[in-house]
Structures are given as C-alpha cells and as structure tokens.
Design a protein around this ligand. Structure first.
Ligand code: GDD
Ligand code: MN
Length: 368
C-alpha cells in the first residue's frame, strides 16, 4: 500500500518579481508528482504587475493561490501571513527571485518528512553550500549577522550556520503557535521564529546553492539592517523591551550626539554662550530624531509631503513640553549642580525620553 503523499505548502513572498515568478512556478509545479502541493504567493501590491500575472496563472493552475496585501508591510509579515494561511502538513518558504534552487527546497522537504525534526534550514554557510549570488560586502554582512544571531539565541541553536536564511521547511501543525507569535517588524522571519521558540525546536540544515538573482534587484536596505539590529537587542533584553521603544531609544541616542555637537559648534564657531546655544541644539536634535524615526521606527506609518511637515510641527509640539523641561533642567543643573555641559544635558535628555516615546507614538504617527 502506498502512503499518502505529504501535503506541502510553498510560500512565496513577492515584491516586484514579475520577471521571476513565472519561471519559478514552472520549476516548482512539477513537485506535485511527489507531494500534494499548494503554492501561496504573498504579494505586497507590487507595482510591476506581479499580482496580476499570478492571478492569471492561477486561472489555469488550481494549486496556485494569490494573497495580495495593500500597504507594503514587509517580508517577515508576508511570510507569517502565508504560513498562517497554508493548509499543508509541511510548509516551505523560499525567495521568489531565483536565488533559492527548487532542488534545495525538495531536499529540505524530504529531510523534514523522513525525520521527526520541526525545522530544516537551507543554509548558505553549510560546508557543502555555495554563494554565487551575494556581493563580498553582503556575504561579510551575513556572516556578521549570523554571529550576532548565534550569540543572542538559545545555545541549542548554536550549531546552526544560517539564521538569516530565507529558505526553510517546517512542520506546520506543531509550529503554528510559534508562527503566530513571531514579531513581524523585520526581514528575518527565521531568526524571529528561532527566538520565540526558546530552544524547543529540533532543527537541521541542508546545503543551499545560493544563486544570483534572475531579474530585478534586492529589497534589502538600511531600514532592514536597522530592524535586525533591533531584533538582536530585543532578544538580548529577553524580549521585554518593546521593539519600537528600542528603536526610538537608539534614535534618541543619535539625537544626544546631535545636541552635544550642535552646542559645541555654536559655542566654538559663533561664540554663543551655553544657555543661548542650548535651545538651538535641542531643536536640531528633536528635528533630526523626528526625521530618523519617520524613516526607521515608524516607517510603516511613514509621513510624507505636507504630512511630513505637519508631523514635524506636532512632534516639536509634543516634544516642547519636555524640551522646556530639558532646557530648564539642563540650565538648572549647569547653574546649581556643576558647570558641566555634558552631564547637564544628559540629565535633561533622560527625562524627556519616556514622554516623547509615548506621546509621539500616539499623536504623531497615530499608533497605540
Ligand atoms: N511580500 C513581500 N513583501 N515580499 C518581499 C518584501 C516585502 O516587503 N521584500 C522582499 N520580498 C521578497 C522578494 O520579492 C523576494 O522574493 C524575497 O522576499 C527576498 O527578497 P530579496 O530582496 O531578494 O532579499 P535578498 O536576496 O537581498 O536577501 C536574501 O538574503 C537574506 C539574508 O541575507 C534573502 O534570501 C532573504 O530571505 C535573506 O533573509
Ligand atoms: Mn533575493
């Protein structure tokens, strides 16, 4: 008697992959000879017509499903949505740009099905893997990111070589609660999954022959690098500090540097006294914080055009209460405690952080 073929769901996140998705589907669909197959394309409203193309292909191919989301909310969130909608026993996630060979995907599924593992990762850093598709800089970046990831994850996972991979297969039923808990404010779904699992997953790796991209370009940018940094700090805080607060705090730290620099500059170049330089420095720091937070911390609520200007005014208004406290406190410290401009300013800055975070989340970017 033949065993039933396992039900396999392939999740394909796409963002502007019109040129890549059709050839990839042509390579994946033959897997239905081995598996009871379902393919879910999760598209974030690509401007290049990826979703329209997939819809057309789905008319001819009942195993293909399109999930189309409006308001781009990122790779990790697309993967999460695809996995939560998948109906297979096993689910596989892979890039849709031709960088992950279908053979690796099949091998990951086979390895998973032939074992009682929870998760099999296609690793670019496996001894038998190869990386043709990454620049030297990206490869070095990934190596560094993997080292940080290993350091911040449960020791059970320290044998793994690629925590950043976008190619992995997992057993759906037992992992659904973890998938549900993954924080999606990032690019790195796999890293987050390992982090929320707290060392409970049985894992293995198969070598991935990472290919150059077929068409188009990578979506990995500074914001995604930033998210990863936040993820690491979030894990290191035992997931206690909210991610957004960590981001807001880091941006705030950059504002501290701006404020200290501007004060020094104004005092040294224009010969302003400390009390005169301080208000300019504080407003510069607040404006720079606003712009960076808008680009990174709140980029999914990002304000643009006139709204950006209105937001700046609101942010300055929200910040002005503690700005007064900041200036007042710093001046008082300087006059009464010590004539030390550095500690005087830090004292003021510390007081404003909590208020600014809470109030600007709510009133500037309208998030709870
Ligand atoms: N739905 C959706 N929404 N898909 C997205 C988004 C998004 O916001 N951003 C990227 N994607 C899709 C792309 O269309 C592609 O299929 C896949 O996710 C990977 O994106 P790339 O932009 O090609 O990433 P990469 O090749 O630079 O990064 C590779 O290495 C990373 C580790 O260094 C990928 O393998 C990543 O998955 C991996 O984490
Ligand atoms: Mn890619």
């Amino acid at each position: 008697m033949h065993a039933m073929p396992p039900r396999v769901s392939i999740v394909l996140p796409t963002y502007n992959e019109r040129g890549n998705i059709e050839p990839l589907l042509a390579q994946l669909l033959p897997l239905q000879r081995q598996f009871d197959l379902e393919i879910l394309v999760v598209d974030d409203d690509s401007a290049d017509g990826t979703a329209e193309l997939v819809r057309q292909l789905a008319h001819r191919e009942p195993r293909l499903r399109l999930i189309r989301r409006v308001g781009r909310s990122g790779l990790a969130s697309a993967i999460k949505e695809g996995l939560l909608d998948a109906t297979g026993d096993v689910a596989v996630v892979m890039d849709s740009d031709g960088q992950h060979p279908p053979e690796t995907v099949a091998q990951a599924i086979d390895t998973l099905c032939a074992s009682d593992l929870d998760l099999v990762i296609g690793s670019r850093f496996h001894p038998k893997a190869s990386i043709a598709g990454l620049s030297g800089r990206r490869e070095a970046g990934s190596t560094w990111a993997n080292a940080c990831a290993r350091f911040s994850l449960p020791p059970r996972y320290s044998e793994l070589s690629d925590f950043m991979s976008g190619c992995f297969a997992l057993r759906l039923e037992p992992l659904l609660p973890l998938i549900r808990a993954v924080d999606v404010n990032g690019f790195k779904f796999l890293y987050e999954l390992l982090a929320v699992s707290r060392g409970r997953l049985a894992t293995a790796e198969v070598p991935l022959q990472f290919q150059p991209r077929s068409y188009g370009s990578s979506k990995l940018d500074l914001a995604i690098f930033w998210d990863f940094l936040i993820s690491i700090l979030h894990s290191l805080s035992l997931r206690l500090l909210p991610r957004r607060a960590i981001s807001f705090g880091l941006v705030g730290a950059s504002g501290v540097v701006v404020q200290l620099l501007v004060t020094q500059l104004l005092m040294a170049l224009i010969g302003l006294g400390f009390e005169q330089a301080l208000p300019f420095a504080v407003v510069s720091a607040a404006s720079s914080n606003y712009l960076i937070n808008n680009a990174l911390t709140f980029r999914f609520q990002r304000l643009e055009g006139m709204a950006l200007l209105r937001g700046l005014l609101k942010f300055l208004l929200v910040a002005s209460l503690p700005v007064l406290a900041n200036v007042g406190l710093a001046s008082a410290y300087y006059s009464f405690v010590a004539r030390d401009t550095f500690w005087a300013q830090l004292a003021g800055i510390l007081v404003v952080f909590v208020w600014n975070y809470a109030a600007s989340s709510r009133f500037v970017w309208n998030t709870p």
